[in-house]
Design a protein around this ligand. Structure first.
Ligand SMILES: Cc1cc2nc3c(=O)[nH]c(=O)nc-3n(C[C@H](O)[C@H](O)[C@H](O)COP(=O)(O)OP(=O)(O)OC[C@H]3O[C@@H](n4cnc5c(N)ncnc54)[C@H](O)[C@@H]3O)c2cc1C
Length: 381
């Protein structure tokens, strides 16, 4: 055996799994087609938002609370600042589904928050335009992560504990037999007991049997120059999700003292083959995002000063796939984080390391069970 566990794809989830496994003395070999911390993976773009009052469903709250502890552990071990909790402001129409779900997660778990209405919100957060039917919710356990540094920090810790990383090495094939799994990478074969597939948007290329369960999406990030930089620094501007009708902006305060990240995240754009991702920007998407900024975020000048294109794998219900697939013993997949997985990635690393070592986890991940997506009703078919 070359190692007990092979990790295919050392991006977000792969790096966290390597850290968790290596800490427990498991021998790991990790394969990454690009470099570690590369910005072609879903971890590129300078910041990721961390929220606890969760519009994607209150079932995530325990995962998020435990992820926060693990982020602090990784910070302690690596001596790098990764998570800054400067608050999260969610603004939307008071009768919208998103606001409803955020409030449900607050009530279900008694989360620390403030609700601001009308002039109170306008006075405290003049960066945003608020309409009379809007409500603003401040999540006290929210802020921003530094994704590239987080991936690099986790991998450095894993290497310290003996993990071998093969970067710039693409895995071409995996095949199982009764004694283990063979991984073929750059023409060479490696024998391991178990495999973790954490290949993000590239997953269905490696596992074509997931083509109806996972699809990559193109996601555009944009940055804007502020009218007054002092209003958009982390002490003044929380991370935000500003939702109204067809407009939806999510973003972070200025981390470099010059630009603010605010991205339009409504219209899905599917990518059949990651190699064909269009990395430039369409004029019509710029127009839409400028209109959103003009309507909702008057603290910014509406022409983006920077734009970058990324991908993430999506499932039909926007919950990930975590676990063994039918007919694929000793191969555990963690993919399809549908645009919101970074914040809880250390917990996914922990969970898949538990699945590898013990064959089970105490965390509730029933909503990520791959089986739910096999069958016409819940797949992309
Ligand atoms: C633009 C954007 C903004 C986002 N914003 C947020 C946010 O604010 N908050 C949040 O929580 N989440 C956010 N997300 C979601 C989050 O970043 C992703 O869900 C998460 O990073 C996905 O991690 P992953 O490990 O599945 O994929 P990745 O991080 O992409 O890792 C997959 C890795 O596998 C490698 N790989 C693929 N195939 C092979 C192969 N055959 N051989 C070797 N290596 C291979 C790839 O090169 C890559 O490094 C955002 C995502 C995007 C794209």
């Amino acid at each position: 055996m070359d190692a007990e566990v092979a990790i295919i794809g050392v991006g977000t989830m792969g790096s966290m799994a390597a850290w968790q496994l290596a800490k427990q003395g498991v021998s790991v070999i990790g394969f990454e087609q690009f470099g570690i911390g590369n910005d072609r993976s879903a971890a590129g773009g300078e910041s990721r938002l961390f929220r606890t009052a969760y519009m994607e469903g209150s079932e995530y709250v325990p995962l998020l609370q435990q992820a926060k502890q693990l982020w602090r552990e990784l910070e302690g071990e690596s001596n790098n600042k990764l998570l800054t909790l400067n608050g999260g402001l969610m603004i939307g129409e008071s009768d919208s589904k998103e606001i409803d779900t955020i409030l449900k997660s607050i009530n279900d778990f008694n989360l620390e928050h403030e609700i601001l209405e009308g002039d109170q919100a306008r006075k405290r957060y003049p960066q945003f335009k608020l309409y009379d039917d809007d409500v603003a919710i401040l999540d006290k356990n929210a802020g921003f992560l530094r994704p590239e540094l987080a991936v690099v920090s986790a991998v450095q810790q894993a290497i310290k504990h003996g993990t071998i990383i093969k970067n710039h090495t693409m895995v071409e094939n995996i095949s199982q037999d009764e004694k283990g799994v063979t991984v073929t990478a750059a023409g060479k074969q490696y024998r391991v007991e178990k495999v973790l597939v954490t290949t993000g948007a590239w997953t269905r290329k490696l596992l074509p049997n997931l083509k109806d369960q996972l699809i990559p999406r193109r996601l555009l990030l944009t940055w804007f120059a502020p009218k007054d930089i002092s209003n958009v620094l982390p002490g003044k501007l929380p991370i935000f999700a500003r939702m109204r009708g067809d407009f939806r902006l999510t973003g972070a305060p200025s981390l470099d003292g010059s630009m603010v990240k605010a991205s339009y995240t409504k219209a899905p754009q599917y990518v059949n083959d990651p190699a064909e991702l269009y990395r430039d920007v369409y004029p019509e998407e710029l127009e839409k995002i400028s209109q959103s900024v003009e309507a909702l975020l008057p603290a910014l000048l509406p022409d983006p000063v920077r734009a970058s294109v990324y991908m993430d794998a999506y499932t039909p219900d926007n919950h990930a796939i975590v676990g063994e697939l039918p007919d694929m013993q000793n191969v555990i997949v963690a993919s399809g984080f549908s645009g919101h997985g970074f914040k809880f990635s250390p917990m996914i690393g922990k969970i898949i390391s538990e699945l590898c070592i013990n064959g089970k986890t105490d965390s509730n991940i029933s909503y990520m069970n791959p089986i739910r997506l096999f069958g016409e009703a819940n797949s992309f078919k």
